[in-house]
Design a protein around this ligand. Sequence first.
Ligand code: PMP
Length: 393
Amino acid sequence: MKFAKRLEWCDSSDVGDILKALSDPEILSLAGGLPAPELFPVEEVKTATALVLDREGDKALQYSSAQGDPRLREMVARRMTDKYGTPAKAEEVLITNGSQQALDMAGKVFLEEGSVVLCESPTYLGALGAFRTYGAEFVEVETDSDGMIIEDLERKLKEIDDVRLVYVNPDFQNPTGIDWSVERRKAFAEVVGRYGVAAIEDNPYGELRFEGPCPPSIKSFDRDGVVISLGSFSKIFSPGMRVAWMIAAPEILSKFGDMKQNAILCSSTLHQAQIVAYNEMFDLDAHVERICKVYKKRMSVLIDSVREFFPKEAVVVPPAGGLFAWVELPEGVNARDVFKVAVEEHKVAFVPGGAFFAEPGHENYMRLNFSNVPEDRLKEGIRRLGAVLSQSM
Ligand code: PMP
């Protein structure tokens, strides 16, 4: 059997160990990026679903438009304008099956074999996978605790010929938890606009902010219509529903709409209607606030435990939101080796950080999840990891 060349990069053994570890119920996992299931609004969704089926069952079980339920698009546009200053109208919103589908479609819409994608260093593993499938070559842009270094972005845009996309995750980045400063957001929009290159602002975590309001989005500074804003209900409501959105200029949106139509015809009509009904009957913002309170507490337990149990040389910065903390180990310590011992001998898992870099090296990092682990288990997990690190450092 002959498989397509575009799959050749794909080495499932790389994530295979992690997935295997996650499926073992004895493993205490700080690896995944899962929301806390005990916070899912199960009863409310039951009530909202009854309303949908009573009121519009014939439509909710039918095919629907590729662009998505107009009521949901209206809701998304309003929330994005209110929360991030993103000036969106319902017709500028396309519903996607998770933001992951938007990343896959971006590969189809923009990339050819050898096209260059500029990204943060490190960046979201799932974006690397999505774009690699369409032949992307990645170039990392230097990044600090305020986001991408704009001078380096501009230098790379100037020097590299075939940059098709710039991909960034500016609010509580997966994996580092970095939250871009407003100045960087503004400068970034100006530079990508001047070079006329498409930029993806991927923001599934922005609303999981432990204090204060959301900063303006990059999209809110986009005067040239090059920024594609991605958001998702996965982390604020339910990842199982697979409902997310993109906001972009009409020319871009229609290309994505065509790709979506060809790929899946439409998103789940029922799940879109359930979210619309939930939003009519309950308070999504209050739900997000509840989630944030729990995650903030878990984050501080994780950080306190790292400081108590990890060797002094391990550096961790408490994130101001999101799901992850990022730990830098001394150079020379390989987190993939640490992972093996942690899983096999101490029954605890995390994600070795090297997987999040487009370029090789950088093996001395760990990504730790705090959303999906109760406080006592978090402390125990970090205690075990501390024991492994003390042995290996
Ligand atoms: N982007 C980032 C940065 C993510 O971390 C994730 C999920 N882990 C996604 C996109 C995809 O999310 P979903 O498809 O569930 O919306």
